[in-house]
Design a binder for this molecule. Structure first.
Ligand SMILES: NC(=O)c1ccc[n+]([C@@H]2O[C@H](COP(=O)([O-])OP(=O)(O)OC[C@H]3O[C@@H](n4cnc5c(N)ncnc54)[C@H](O)[C@@H]3O)[C@@H](O)[C@H]2O)c1
Length: 262
């Protein structure tokens, strides 16, 4: 039996990147997965990968930031599998590269709706089921951008700082229930969200510079983030709660520093 044998897991943002890698890994470790995204073609591709590995996935095309839709896909997972052990609220969007003073309140509302209110809704609707079971693991995707400035635009960074706080505050709001809430802060990972940056660097011949600011001197992979999500989802993390785990090659561990040339 795998590390998630018999468990039921919802993964949002599962049509691409970190969500796809995590859903695939969760299924390989024995979970029955409900994969949620608004990108239907991407979801089918994820389901195909899972099927090739011998698993199966329930596909749900939905907006993870819409309250009615979050309630509906959470209810559907429980109706189908009669349990809910893991929710990985991972769907997110980038936003706000333009100068701060040119940004609109509408842009901020949109980014916060998807990146912060979406994860809140995931907790709101999964929470009652998990509390009834007396156990559950909620994992939120924050970002290194939520720990420090300059990894992305201001609304994105602020939304991810909010996600970090949501993991801490929700873990405490659910005290005594057996439900754990933790957040992951990925650094620079090649996914659908960042592909343009990797493609541009490859085109310029500067791909070797990607990730040079972190001590591992490279970008990360979606699979490296998925491995940490699996840990937090599993009983291996049964005493890990309200924590924020950076998966960033050490980027957030240091102040700005001019490294000696080697
Ligand atoms: N790639 C990185 O470097 C990086 C770094 C830190 C944090 N993150 C975070 O990781 C998470 C996953 O992103 P990724 O890097 O895999 O990017 P990605 O673009 O490859 O995947 C994100 C997925 O979320 C889906 N999505 C977006 N909004 C949605 C919504 N409202 N409802 C349903 N689905 C929605 C997209 O369709 C997409 O499939 C995001 O929360 C992102 O902010 C990524």
């Amino acid at each position: 039996m795998g590390r998630l044998g018999g468990k039921v897991a919802i993964v949002t943002g599962a049509a691409s990147g970190i969500g796809r890698a995590s859903a695939t890994l969760f299924a390989r470790e024995g979970a029955r997965v409900v994969i949620v995204d608004r990108n239907v073609d991407g979801l089918s591709a994820t389901a195909d990968i899972i099927a090739k590995n011998g698993g199966s996935a329930e596909i749900v095309a939905a907006d993870a930031s819409d309250e009615d839709e979050v309630k509906a896909f959470t209810d559907r997972a429980v109706e189908k599998f009669a349990a809910l052990d893991v929710v990985f609220a991972n769907a997110g969007i980038i936003g706000g590269p333009e100068p701060l003073l040119d940004q609109s309140a509408e842009l901020w509302r949109h980014v916060l709706q998807v990146n912060l209110i979406g994860p809140f809704l995931a907790i709101k609707y999964a929470g009652p089921y998990m509390i009834k079971q007396g156990r559950g693991s909620v994992i939120l995707t924050a970002s290194a951008a939520g720990l420090r400035a300059n990894a992305a635009g201001a609304p994105y960074s602020a939304s991810k700082a909010g996600v970090i706080s949501l993991a801490q505050t929700a873990a405490n709001a659910l005290f005594g229930t057996g439900v754990r809430v933790n957040a992951i802060c990925p650094g620079l990972i090649e996914t659908g969200m960042t592909r343009w940056l990797f493609d541009a660097a490859r085109e310029r011949g500067t791909a070797g510079n990607i990730g040079q600011l972190n001590p591992l001197r490279r970008a990360g992979t979606a699979e490296e983030v998925a491995a940490v999500a699996l840990f937090l989802a599993s009983e291996d993390a049964s005493y890990v709660n309200g924590q924020v785990v950076a998966v960033d090659g050490g980027l957030s561990s240091t102040l700005p520093f001019t490294r000696p040339v080697r």
